[in-house]
Write a new protein. Structure first.
Length: 180
């Protein structure tokens, strides 16, 4: 287990975290590296294209259709998918870009928990909603003339699961033991 000098095998006296440029015992602080600059640039390009595309889809599927009395269920599904993607666009992407620029968290515990909750919820919703669309389309193909009232229930389930699965981000994980 030990290399003979009192340190565990494979570890040096001044251990450096992989990719973080932070020495545990040294004084070197994290920096805004070239790789982080590239990540921020790519994130900005993705942010602009995602915001533009998803806002266009949301506008397209929510505007009234003069030829129909009721909106199509597919349009409702795509509106929810665009909303989930916009949540990813406006929460996850700026959060990642800011994190890469500042290299540290400056906003405090409550903001961290809230933003991590929103980030996780957005990512879960963006993953669950294509499944809901797939299930709705499967029902439409298998039962073309039958009623499909499960679309709203599936949408509620997708958003509800996204909320519930992201909820642990808000809980207090640092529970202190009280001395008696």
């Amino acid at each position: 287990m030990s290399a003979g000098n009192g340190t565990p095998r494979g570890l040096a006296e001044e251990e450096v975290w992989a990719g973080s440029e932070v020495e545990i015992e040294g004084s070197e602080l994290p920096t805004f590296s070239a790789a982080a600059k590239v990540r921020v640039g790519v994130t900005i390009v993705l942010f602009i294209s995602s915001a533009g595309g998803n806002l266009a889809v949301l506008w397209s599927v929510t505007r009234p259709q003069p030829s129909r009395l009721r909106p199509s269920p597919v349009r409702r599904l795509f509106a929810h998918l665009a909303a989930a993607d916009l949540l990813v666009t406006f929460v996850v992407m700026p959060l990642d870009a800011i994190w890469n620029i500042t290299v540290q968290w400056l906003a405090g515990d409550i903001a961290c928990r809230t933003l991590m909750f929103l980030k996780l919820m957005a990512m879960y919703a963006a993953a669950f909603l294509p499944v809901v669309i797939g299930l709705d389309r499967q029902a439409a193909v298998l039962h073309p003339l039958g009623p499909r009232p499960a679309g709203r229930k599936l949408l509620g389930t997708a958003w509800g699961l996204s909320f519930l699965l992201a909820l642990p981000q808000v809980s207090d994980l640092n529970i202190e033991k009280k001395e008696i």
